[in-house]
Design a binder for this molecule. Sequence first.
Ligand SMILES: NC(=O)C1=CN([C@@H]2O[C@H](COP(=O)(O)OP(=O)(O)OC[C@H]3O[C@@H](n4cnc5c(N)ncnc54)[C@H](O)[C@@H]3O)[C@@H](O)[C@H]2O)[C@@H](O)CC1
Ligand SMILES: Nc1ncnc2c1ncn2[C@@H]1O[C@H](COP(=O)(O)OP(=O)(O)OP(=O)(O)O)[C@@H](O)[C@H]1O
Ligand SMILES: [Mg+2]
Length: 381
Amino acid sequence: MLMKHVIMNSQLPFLCCANNCMLLASSPLFRRQRFLIRSFGGSIDHCRNSGSGKMQSGQVLFDAEDIVRAITPALDQSRHKGQAGNIAVIGGCREYTGAPYFAAISALKIGADLSHVFCTKDASPVIKSYSPELIVHPVLEESYNVRDEDKKIITSKVLAEVDKWLERFDCLVIGPGLGRDPFLLDCVSEIIRHARQSNIPIVVDGDGLFLVTNHLELVRGYDLAVLTPNVNEYKRLVQKVLNSEVNDKDATQQVLFLAKQIGGVTILKKGKSDIISDGDTVKSVSIYGSPRRCGGQGDILSGSVAVFLSWARQYIEASGQDSILSCKNPAVLGSIGGSAIMRKAASIAFSNKKRSTVTSDIIESLGKSLEDICPAGSSCL
Ligand SMILES: NC(=O)C1=CN([C@@H]2O[C@H](COP(=O)(O)OP(=O)(O)OC[C@H]3O[C@@H](n4cnc5c(N)ncnc54)[C@H](O)[C@@H]3O)[C@@H](O)[C@H]2O)[C@@H](O)CC1
Ligand SMILES: Nc1ncnc2c1ncn2[C@@H]1O[C@H](COP(=O)(O)OP(=O)(O)OP(=O)(O)O)[C@@H](O)[C@H]1O
Ligand SMILES: [Mg+2]
């Protein structure tokens, strides 16, 4: 049976894992682990009131790994396929087939039950051939393949295909390897509108960010949206929304303000530390990652955030007022979890492969990354 999470006063007397392990905060092992995490840049969680920069009284500080432990579901024989997550990636075109694959396979490797890819017809056989694990839908179309007079009918066909599946998804990842074809992006705008209507969370990355930066109304005010910009994508977003330049000196305040300006979407600004804000709180994950900057790591992150967002949503629904986490926003919790697991996996892969580390090595390390924090073997079977 799953342990109840208990919090007394503003201290952290117990850490209760989803897998029933209970560690006394005072145990030397636990203190040592925390020390190691922090001395490697562990995670600094700033829970702030907007603007004030002060901690709210009675707030409990958790580090990223505590959050992962809290929201990761126990492996339980009573559960059925789909309960641990059904994720869909909208991306993949003539140029890019790696990015949607990386995002979708990462979701599975972390623990989602099902992972779909909705891509263009050209990209589909390629992505299918990478992995039999993925469910690949060749439904998107690019302009070069569509006559002007057919655009309306093709758009409604694409939407009908996606709508058939939409309600089953726990989260959509929009953008890895999507490309920037205007007709394709118009269809994806409609997919975002439909997802919003159905309250399905979205993680927007890569070319999805190109789309929403130019059409902010697609995500404005949607608190189940996470935007995961890299340096360039963030710069474009800041220029568009704040009409200013990136402020590296007070990066946390700028991310906070940016998220607020977009109506409380969650922003995960990727970098040396990942900065996460929903316009209300700011958190920073700086678990030691990898010095290798090979392409595709952001795609892993987007798949990872999608899974943890789904798990955080389930956790919050199930625990209600009993939640041990002071933060109740699944988009923020999912971003923290996704970032922590990705960075830890990058660090594991780098320690094995050094300079030859590539994205596939990091994907292979996702299992160990989560296992080190939340062992599957000790869950209630
Ligand atoms: N194997 C694949 O199929 C991959 C496809 N990708 C896709 O490629 C498309 C474009 O994404 P990009 O990330 O290239 O777009 P960006 O607009 O972020 O990058 C464009 C340019 O900026 C440079 N850049 C990137 N990060 C930087 C940094 N931290 N500081 C300074 N310059 C930086 C890059 O070298 C590149 O020349 C997206 O759809 C993305 O998902 C990438 O995810 C990488 C892997
Ligand atoms: N300087 C850094 N040190 C450590 N980790 C980093 C650094 N920069 C980025 N990361 C981590 O790498 C991951 C990907 O970030 P990155 O900025 O490379 O994304 P991206 O450019 O979108 O990647 P992609 O090539 O998949 O499009 C994030 O989880 C981020 O935390
Ligand atoms: Mg990217």
